[in-house]
Design a protein around this ligand. Structure first.
Ligand code: SF4
Length: 215
């Protein structure tokens, strides 16, 4: 029962409706995608094998009730669902950040699944598992990372799909890629179209800078 772990650290959550809250991050090694704007390329390979008990004990050392399981892509490791369940059973509030290419129903429904829908500007749009839209619950969240107007139009079209859980999922985030799409421009588009989404900025990058790691 071991997982390959890239890093475990304590910081502020920055990528969801939990943004700003202290959180322990468990970053798993490996990703099955190669998004052009990826800012965690160091998570593709580096890491150490840790037993679930060791991960739980390192998480506990931070004394924080909120834990995020992230990557890379956490769901490519077979033991990740078990890790999530063990964290939940221990009493943590658990977030799962996933790139949307794997079946999110593998993860315990008690965790908050933050589902990334890949847009064309990522270079990985064809990897979306669209069945995931039907697997979400009301506590889950959806995130679109946007590089330009084409991505924005794509995301709008996804919201209009019949199988998109509009009205069920409350937290839908539109996040501009730093250095590619100005937040001000995205804000104007959202306001103009009266979209029921949240403009989301990567809080940790604003605080610690775009190159900081383990924060
Ligand atoms: S899914 Fe995430 S970790 Fe994987 S390549 Fe894309 S941005 Fe990087």
């Amino acid at each position: 029962m071991a997982l390959r772990i890239n890093e475990i650290f304590y910081s502020l959550q920055g990528e969801s409706s939990f943004a700003g809250r202290p959180c322990v991050f468990v970053r798993l090694t490996g990703c099955n995608l190669r998004c052009v704007y990826c800012d965690t390329t160091y998570a593709y390979e580096d890491g150490e094998e840790l037993a679930i008990e060791d991960i739980l004990s390192r998480v506990a050392s931070h004394g924080c009730p909120l834990v995020e399981v992230t990557g890379g892509e956490p769901l490519i490791q077979a033991e990740t669902p078990l890790l999530i369940t063990r964290l939940l059973d221990t009493g943590y509030r658990v977030l799962l950040e996933t790139n949307g290419s794997r079946d999110v129903s593998l993860a315990d429904e008690r965790c908050v699944r933050i589902l990334d829908v890949k847009c064309p500007g990522s270079g990985e749009v064809e990897k979306n598992d669209w069945k995931n839209l039907g697997r979400l619950t009301s506590q889950d969240e959806v995130k679109f990372v946007l590089t330009d107007r084409a991505d924005y139009d794509f995301a709008r079209a996804v919201l209009a799909r019949q199988d998109f859980p509009l009205g069920l999922v409350e937290n839908i985030h539109f996040s501009p890629v730093s250095g590619k799409l100005l937040p001000k421009i995205l804000a104007e588009w959202i306001l103009s179209d009266r979209l029921a989404v949240k403009l989301h900025l990567q809080l940790h990058k604003i605080i610690w800078g775009p190159e900081a790691r383990g924060v």
